[in-house]
Design a protein around this ligand. Structure first.
Ligand code: SF4
Ligand code: SF4
Length: 362
C-alpha cells in the first residue's frame, strides 16, 4: 500500500508554542487549565524555540498561544523577533483581555509589529471576564494593520439562549468570513466544571463514517519545553505521561525531539494510515471495537492517549514488530523521509526470532 497526500507531507509547516501557560482570565472551560498563577515560559524556552525553527526546515508559520500570549508582552516580543529573524510568519491566539480601548490595543500590538494572523477566542465563558466591546476593539485594531483576523466562537450544541445572544452580537459586528465556530468540548477544566457534551462512545451509531488521518499540521511546544504532535484534544493531557510525547526541547534538545517523532509508531500510524485503519486493527484484536464510535479523529486520539481504556490495546498493536515494520516503511515513503535502517532492522530481527505477534492482518 502506498500512502501519499499533501496533508501528510506538509506536517511541520506550522508549529504552535505556548509562550506561557498563565492567563489573566480563568475560563471555566479552559483546555489548558490556565489561570493568573499557572506557569510562565520556562528558562531556555526561547532558545529551544529558536533551535526548533533552525532545524525544522519546512516551517513557514508559528502560532503563539498559551495561556494568554499577551499576558507577558515583553516575552512575546522576544519570541516574535526570533521568528522574524528566521523569516517565519507568526500569529497569535488571544482571549482579547487587552482590548479595553484603541489605545490599549496600540500598546499591546507594539510587541508584535509583524503579526500576520490573529485568532480571538470568545464565548459565554470568556465574556464573564472580557466584553464583546474588547473583542471588537481587537478585531478593529487587527483590520487596521492588515492582520488576517478570525473570531473563534465556542458553543454548545444546541446553543442555550445566552449563547445565541453572544453569537447574534458577533454576527452583527463581524464580517461573515471573520467568524468561525468551535464545539464546546469536555476536556481540561471543563471536565472538573461538568461543562460540555458527554456521550456514549460505544453507541452503535458512528459520529463520523470516516475518521481519516491525524489533522495536525505541526507540533506544539508547551511552556515547559515538552513537545506533543498538536495543540488539539491531547493538550488536556499535558501533565500526563502519554504515548504521543516527542520529549522536551529544553532538557533533551531538538535533535532528540525530532528522533522521537520519527520513531513514534503510534503517531506515524495515525498520521499516515489513519484512524479507520487503526479501528480495523483494533477490531481484529477485539470485535467489540466495531461498535466504538468517538466523535472524530481527535476524540479517538484522546482515548488512545489517556490512561486506561483503549490505550493498552493500541500499545499491544504498536509493540507488534510486523505492524511496526509496516507502519515505519509506509510512513517513510509518505513523509518523504529516509527510513531509519537501524530501527527497521531491529523490527526485522524481532520477527526472525519469533517474537509473539498479535496476529493482526496489515
Ligand atoms: S482566555 Fe483562553 S487560556 Fe485564558 S483561561 Fe480563558 S480559555 Fe484559558
Ligand atoms: S489530538 Fe491526535 S489526531 Fe488530533 S491533531 Fe492531535 S495528534 Fe492528531
Amino acid at each position: 500500500m502506498t500512502v501519499s497526500c499533501e496533508q501528510v507531507s506538509r506536517y511541520g509547516e506550522h508549529i504552535a508554542i505556548s509562550v506561557t501557560n498563565s492567563c489573566p482570565l480563568q475560563c471555566a472551560h479552559c483546555i489548558s487549565g490556565s489561570a493568573p498563577d499557572t506557569a510562565r515560559g520556562a528558562s531556555g524556552l526561547i532558545e529551544a524555540f529558536d533551535a526548533l525553527l533552525a532545524r525544522w526546515p519546512i516551517i513557514n508559520h508559528v502560532t503563539f498561544t498559551g495561556g494568554e500570549p499577551f499576558h507577558h508582552p515583553e516575552e512575546l516580543a522576544e519570541f516574535a523577533a526570533r521568528a522574524k529573524a528566521r523569516g517565519v510568519r507568526y500569529g497569535v491566539i488571544t482571549g482579547a483581555f487587552w482590548g479595553k480601548s484603541e489605545r490599549s490595543c496600540d500598546r499591546y500590538l507594539k510587541a508584535v509589529p509583524d503579526l500576520a494572523t490573529m485568532t480571538v477566542s470568545t464565548d459565554l465563558y470568556h465574556q464573564q471576564f472580557v466584553t464583546h466591546r474588547h473583542v471588537l476593539n481587537v478585531v478593529k485594531a487587527a483590520r487596521k494593520r492588515g492582520i488576517h483576523v478570525k473570531v473563534r466562537f465556542t458553543h454548545a450544541d444546541p446553543m442555550p439562549e445566552a449563547e445565541r445572544a453572544v453569537e447574534a452580537a458577533l454576527k452583527a459586528d463581524l464580517r461573515p468570513e471573520e467568524l468561525e465556530y468551535a464545539p464546546l468540548q469536555k476536556y481540561g477544566r471543563a471536565v472538573e466544571q461538568g461543562i460540555g457534551r458527554s456521550y456514549d462512545r460505544w453507541s452503535p451509531q458512528p459520529r463520523e463514517t470516516k475518521y481519516g488521518i491525524c489533522p495536525s499540521t505541526g507540533p506544539h511546544i508547551f511552556e515547559n519545553g515538552r513537545v506533543m504532535p498538536c495543540c488539539n484534544t491531547i493538550v488536556s493531557l499535558r501533565d500526563t505521561d502519554i504515548p504521543l510525547d516527542f520529549g522536551n526541547a529544553i532538557t533533551e534538545g531538538v535533535p532528540k525531539v525530532q528522533a522521537n517523532r520519527a520513531q513514534n509508531t503510534f503517531w506515524l500510524a495515525i498520521k499516515v494510515l489513519g484512524f479507520d485503519w487503526l479501528k480495523d486493527r483494533l477490531s481484529e484484536l477485539n470485535p467489540a471495537y466495531a461498535e466504538y464510535a468517538p466523535i472524530n479523529a481527535c476524540d479517538f486520539c484522546f482515548d488512545g492517549c489517556k490512561p486506561g481504556g483503549i490505550r493498552d490495546d493500541i500499545a499491544r498493536l504498536m509493540a507488534d514488530p510486523s505492524l511496526a515494520l509496516y507502519v515505519h516503511s509506509v510512513a517513510a515513503e509518505a513523509l518523504g523521509e529516509m527510513p531509519d535502517i537501524a530501527l527497521l532492522s531491529g523490527f526485522a530481527a524481532q520477527i526472525r526470532t519469533g517474537r509473539a505477534e498479535s496476529g493482526i492482518r496489515l
